[in-house]
Write a protein that binds this ligand. Structure first.
Ligand code: SAH
Ligand code: SF4
Length: 328
């Protein structure tokens, strides 16, 4: 970088280093979805997934090695938490994917971008790693870096209320909230964080976020679990729950993983559930399952985080009563 002043170059030499993420594996699905497993040291790996579509290219980025939230239906959560990723490790996923995809497509034009959207929906709870996330988000938005629109960068959270407020003022981007249940009794079981921040608090945080958000709606994600959260009565309760929040729904067919003890709702039931929301005037989409043949679908982003908590075993022990109660 001889165009930089010599003094700045020597300061950089002392305080910074440039290193690319180390790629453990690189696989491409029959539907074009591409997944990289990246080494983050001490036997841990994280995953980054690129999902090509006709009108956009979306990169699904990880924010932590593992996750402490322990949601019942999530294989990342089942492995426990290892550590927060650094800003470099978060933005490094975008850097790496953009380079790899440009090479694959033989793109040389500087201003032509392959990745148009970024979603923080990989491994981890992004708002639990806000200190590293915020500088990474700013680089995604900065015209001198990636120049993505705020509307095309989405942070997905399981519902950390204070951090939603912080994101609203520090770096408002599109927000997705993982809802998964229409009432506290069920959500307490599916998303344990709900015991700390119940739905009333979460809905209030969503309303506050909307005053800052680059989009005029919150996206609610709702994983469709057979016999657990997919009845028509639950769909109607959901409509009542979100009546004061401008929102869209994204229904996610559950991606089963060994030992989950849960099953995906049949597609007919997902369609009926969606119809209840649509009839109430809520824009509702059902996520297409992508990259299943390379385990790149939602909730399968397990990487190779070492389970130092032995949580997987504890969870399995809890499963039967939890599912039975949730389904009743
Ligand atoms: N921790 C954040 C973002 C990462 S998870 C969050 O929970 O929002 C991204 C999305 O995948 C969330 O909506 C999550 O609930 C969903 N998900 C997790 N496990 C899943 C599974 N097995 N099948 C389908 N969706 C799943
Ligand atoms: Fe963590 Fe999100 Fe998985 Fe819950 S769904 S365990 S918050 S990654």
């Amino acid at each position: 970088m001889t165009d930089l002043a010599r003094s700045l170059r020597s300061r950089l030499e002392e305080s910074a280093c440039i290193s690319a993420p180390e790629v453990v594996s690189d696989s491409t699905s029959a539907d074009g979805t591409r997944k990289w497993l990246l080494d983050v040291g001490l036997g841990n790996a994280i995953e980054t997934v690129f999902i090509p579509e006709v009108d956009r290219g979306t990169l699904c980025v990880s924010s932590q090695a593992g996750c402490a939230m322990n949601c019942l239906f999530c294989s990342t959560g089942r492995q426990g938490f290892n550590r927060n990723l650094t800003t470099a490790e978060i933005i490094g996923q975008l850097w790496w994917a953009e380079h790899a995809l440009r090479a694959q497509r033989r793109i040389t034009a500087e201003n032509e971008r392959v990745i148009s959207n970024v979603v923080l929906m990989g491994m981890g709870e992004p708002l639990q790693n806000l200190d590293a996330l915020l500088p990474a988000l700013r680089l995604m938005l900065d015209d001198n870096a990636y120049g993505l629109s705020r509307r095309r960068v989405t942070v997905s959270t399981s519902g950390l209320v204070q951090q939603i407020d912080k994101l609203a003022t520090a770096c408002p981007v599109a927000l997705a909230v993982s809802l998964h249940a229409p009432n506290d009794t069920l959500r307490d079981r599916l998303v344990p964080l709900n015991r700390k921040h119940p739905l009333r608090e979460l809905m209030a945080a969503c309303r506050r976020y909307l005053r800052h958000a680059p989009r005029d709606f919150i996206t609610f994600e709702y994983v469709m679990l057979d016999g657990v959260n997919d009845s028509m009565a639950q769909a109607r309760d959901l409509v009542a729950l979100v009546r004061d929040v401008s929102c869209k729904f994204n229904l996610i067919p559950f991606n089963p993983f060994p030992g989950s003890g849960l099953a995906r709702s049949p597609s007919g039931r997902i369609a009926e559930f969606a119809q209840v929301l649509i009839d109430a005037g809520i824009v509702t989409t059902t996520r297409r399952v992508r990259g299943e043949d390379i385990d790149a679908a939602c909730g399968q982003l397990a990487g190779e985080v070492q389970d130092r908590t032995r949580r997987a075993r504890r969870c399995d022990a809890q499963l039967p009563p939890v599912v039975a109660a949730a389904g009743s």
